[in-house]
Design a protein around this ligand. Structure first.
Ligand code: PGA
Length: 251
């Protein structure tokens, strides 16, 4: 099987303070080495961005990004992180529209779009997360929800944008229930057709996320059109994450 480029993204959520992040990376880097054709991205909490960026500085194919951003450049936004602040801490990427931002913190499609545009304008690689909730899936609305989130989230985005889309069904996040490779593959096709309709490149990388682990990663990566994974729980332990990042589309 020919190797295709793969993207492995670790979303640490509200875990791993700076010292813990350094200990994690010391361990991870004894088990993993950079590989051509594979990117490993870490999304630590904002307070740990600089620790991760410093530890990974100069190592190719590893990168660090913010979990969320505010669209304003600066100002009275207590608790928020701007693109400038994230970049200053070493981030070169950002997750935008993660389901926990949407459903725990009430982020709207319009806010997601402002964040996407601010991050792209500020020179960050954006991973836009989309995905349906369980009731929406059961009502047969998966394609419509994902298409709406894409059309709104990517409004005004230029074809050359440094963009990745992550499909994360909300019912699969942190639940131990993952979409079958067939279900994930079908939604990935919906994503590519919406990208085409919007004039965005259909070879934009599209990741899958939601209860990805060492046991199911190879099966998911074997699906044509799944270019990588976005992983929460299974990225929190350096051994587990290194094992997961060793998976290839053919393994
Ligand atoms: P999970 O989280 O791997 O723990 O399901 C994925 C995510 O929320 O990005």
């Amino acid at each position: 099987m020919t190797a295709r480029p793969l993207f492995f993204a670790a979303n640490w959520k509200m875990h791993l303070a700076p010292g813990e992040a350094r200990t994690y990376l010391d361990r991870f880097l004894t088990m993993d080495a950079p590989r051509d054709g594979r990117t490993v991205a870490f999304f630590p909490p904002a307070v740990s961005l600089e620790a991760v960026a410093t530890r990974l500085d100069g190592i190719p194919h590893y990168l660090v990004g913010a979990q969320d951003l505010h669209w304003e450049a600066k100002g009275a936004f207590t608790g928020a992180t701007s693109v400038h602040l994230a970049r200053g801490a070493g981030a070169s990427a950002a997750l935008v529209g993660h389901s926990e931002r949407r459903h725990v913190f009430g982020e709207t499609d319009a806010e997601t779009n402002k964040k996407v545009r601010a991050a792209l304008n500020g020179g960050l690689l954006v991973i836009l997360c989309v995905g349906e909730q369980l009731a929406e899936r059961e009502a047969g609305q998966t394609a419509a929800v994902v298409a709406r989130q894409l059309r709104a989230g990517l409004a005004g985005v230029a074809p050359g944008a440094d963009l990745i889309v992550a499909y994360e069904p909300v019912w699969a996040i942190g639940t131990g229930r993952n979409a079958t490779p067939e279900d994930a593959g079908a939604v990935h096709q919906v994503i590519r057709s919406v990208l085409a309709e919007m004039g965005l490149p259909t070879d934009t990388r599209v990741l899958y996320g939601g209860s990805v682990n060492q046991g199911n990663v190879a099966q998911l990566l074997a699906v044509p059109g799944i270019d990588g994974v976005l992983v929460g729980g299974a990225s929190l332990d350096p051994e587990t994450w290194a094992g997961l990042c060793a998976a290839t589309a053919g393994s």
